[in-house]
Design a protein around this ligand. Structure first.
Ligand code: TYM
Length: 329
């Protein structure tokens, strides 16, 4: 049985990128693997969230995890900051991380460009904390979206460096969990890149049907194909990519044929996409409403999760200390 570790930052609500890029895969893996899923609240501190909303954010991500189908009977579900060993491993792994490499990380450069007034050291060493999350449980596999691929490469780099430096095969080289296809990138509907919290283009699991319809109807397109089989602009391509994820294959094919013979009406395409997104999201939204008021259940899940996570965390950190030569008197 393989060990699987993955996390989601506790900022805002889960969007379709989180769900289809990550969470849905987490759910599939629970039965056949030893899974650890956590809410990365330390990571969210890199952008200085307001302390008065931090806990509520953790609570809503936890609720959404559970509502979407993560099962605490099968997996260990915990809050990152409930496992203090992660902070110690982060400190120790920082010795394997070179500033030059960290400064070149795509996510760091992107965040630094967008928020030039808040380029803090936590942001720079974000991939090291992520490596600590993963190596704490010696993960074989890490199910993440494409946007996290580089962070995972860095995790392997630190693991290798640690093993080489101390001449021991201790950390595994954690691999992305691959479902036989490419890692999924869920696009935004604003005509550009990926769907993301920071990008402000999310369709959320908590969105009401009417909100989903409104967001989809605003999706960026062009004025329509004028010649058969003409290439698609980025906006239209993104609509089809999302459709590939949420709609039935024959529905997608129907609209592709219409695009190719120039008879497509983007209004119809968007309406169909909105309804298919709603079919995927509405049952989860209902479960969120049921679970979110159940304080006792949330407490039970996180306490038990932290206890289970600490079992492997304490062991790993003790071994790392020993390998690095840290001893108590
Ligand atoms: P975060 O919170 O940004 O995203 C959580 C998960 O959702 C995936 N994802 C996407 N996948 C496809 N298309 C998209 N548009 C999209 N947007 C988000 C992400 O790949 C991720 O799997 N650093 C991580 C959290 C983290 C973590 C870890 C993950 C902390 N420690 C250890 C794995 C292992 C992050 O910010 O993800």
């Amino acid at each position: 049985m393989e060990t699987v570790v993955s996390g989601i930052r506790s900022t805002g609500n889960l969007h379709l990128g989180n769900y289809f890029g990550a969470l849905r895969n987490f759910i599939k893996m629970q039965q056949n693997n030893r899974c650890f899923f956590f809410i990365a609240d330390y990571h969210s501190l890199t952008t200085h969230p307001d302390p008065s909303v931090l806990h509520d954010n953790v609570r809503s991500i936890l609720t959404q995890y559970l509502a979407a189908g993560l099962d605490p009977e099968q997996s260990t579900i915990y809050v990152q900051s409930d496992v203090p060993e992660v902070a110690e491993l982060y400190l120790l792994l920082n010795m394997q991380a070179y500033i030059g490499e960290l400064g070149k990380t795509a996510s760091f450069k992107d965040k630094a460009r967008k928020n030039p007034d808040n380029v803090n050291a936590g942001l720079l060493t974000y991939p090291v904390l992520m490596a600590a999350d993963i190596l704490l449980h010696k993960a074989d596999k890490v199910p993440v979206g494409k946007d996290q691929e580089q962070h995972l490469e860095m995790t392997r780099l630190y693991a290798r460096r640690f093993n080489n430096r101390y001449g021991i095969e201790f950390f595994p080289e954690s691999q992305p969990y691959n479902f036989g296809s490419e890692l999924i990138k869920v696009p935004g509907l604003d005509g550009s890149g990926k769907m993301g919290k920071s990008e402000g283009n999310g369709i959320y699991l908590t969105d009401e049907d009417s909100v989903i319809r409104k967001k989809v109807m605003k999706a960026v397109t062009d004025s329509g194909p004028t010649e058969p089989n003409s290439p698609m602009c980025d906006g239209v391509k993104n609509i089809f990519t999302l459709m590939d994820i949420v709609s039935q294959p024959d529905t997608v094919q129907y609209f592709k044929d219409k695009y190719n013979d120039c008879s497509i009406r983007y209004g119809d395409l968007k309406k169909q996409l909105a309804e298919d997104i709603i079919s995927a999201v509405a049952p989860i939204r209902q479960r969120i409403a049921e679970i979110s008021g159940d304080e006792h259940y949330l407490q039970l899940v996180t306490r038990r999760g932290a206890e289970q996570a600490r079992e492997s965390a304490v062991k790993t950190v003790a071994e790392v200390r020993q390998i690095m030569g840290i001893k108590s008197f």
